[in-house]
Design a protein around this ligand. Structure first.
Ligand code: FPP
Length: 255
């Protein structure tokens, strides 16, 4: 009985593709990709099989976002807290970007996708860092979808680093406290150059931010789905966009 309810839960947001208007597509979609482990567990498989299938969902989400005309897609691939997971799992997660880019980079280039990365990349294993750096360098002049991986990323760490850098500039006499504005902070975060996310998606039924883009999502619209990340496909993205299009964004004002 419990199993049947669980199956229904994971199916219930799989409706027919929804109608969306091409005129109000969120420019920046950010996704907390959650539920890889539970997806695998439900199938009696090791957690890493969930991550492997999560990688396939990264491809589907990227193509879907590109097809819909999303300009920026940020994916939370590894948080500053994920290092506390067992070493084998961390090692596996660190190999995934390498594998993903080895398989997909040529097609991403063909589709004019620009790859970016935000987070503390210095602390990544060298094979992960090199694969990301190569992808960033090879796609630098692409003008299509910006696919931004949050890797070894934490919102609080990002704000802490920014405050330290601003403090140093003040100490050095090249910045005055009065010059600190929201815009200046935007430019000093690792998401610099990207607009704030319009739409934040989290999969797997969890409803928390988990230290993701704390500064940038001040006015993002949130959409949650019970689907586990390895199940995510274009229909889910369209459902999220359709819901986004039903919202009235007021930014604290009145409409
Ligand atoms: C959270 O699910 C997911 C992660 C910590 C890793 C996300 C990584 C991927 C989806 C693959 C990334 C691929 C590329 C190309 C960068 P979880 O493992 O915490 O799931 P659980 O909550 O069910 O245990």
């Amino acid at each position: 009985m419990i199993k049947r309810i669980q199956e229904w839960l994971s199916r219930k947001d799989r409706q027919e593709p929804v109608e969306i208007s091409p005129d109000n597509i969120p420019r920046h979609v950010a996704i907390i990709m959650d539920g890889n482990g539970r997806w695998a567990k439900r199938r009696g498989m090791p957690r890493v099989v969930g991550h492997q299938n999560g990688m396939k969902a990264v491809k589907r989400a990227t193509i879907a976002a590109n097809d819909l005309g999303v300009e920026f897609l940020t994916l939370y691939a590894f948080s500053t807290e994920n290092w506390t997971r067992p070493k084998d799992e961390v090692d596996f997660l660190m190999r995934l970007p390498v594998e993903f880019l080895a398989i997909e980079l040529d097609e991403l280039i063909e589709k004019n996708v620009q790859v970016r990365v935000m987070g503390n990349t210095e602390a990544l294993p060298s094979h992960t860092r090199k694969a990301m750096e190569e992808a960033v360098a090879r796609t630098l002049s692409n003008t299509g979808l910006i696919l931004n991986f949050a890797l070894n990323y934490g919102g609080r760490k990002e704000i802490e680093d920014c405050m330290r850098a601003l403090g140093k500039d003040i100490q050095a006499g090249i910045l005055s406290p009065e010059e600190i504005t929201s815009e200046l902070i935007d430019n000093r975060l690792s998401s610099s150059g990207l607009p704030d996310p319009d739409l934040l998606i989290r999969t797997s039924g969890e409803m928390r931010l988990s230290n993701f883009m704390l500064w940038q999502i001040a006015y993002s619209e949130f959409w949650f789905t019970d689907a586990y990340w390895p199940e995510f496909d274009k229909t889910h993205l369209m459902q999220a966009v359709a819901e986004y299009q039903r919202r009235t964004r007021r930014y604290g004002g009145l409409k």
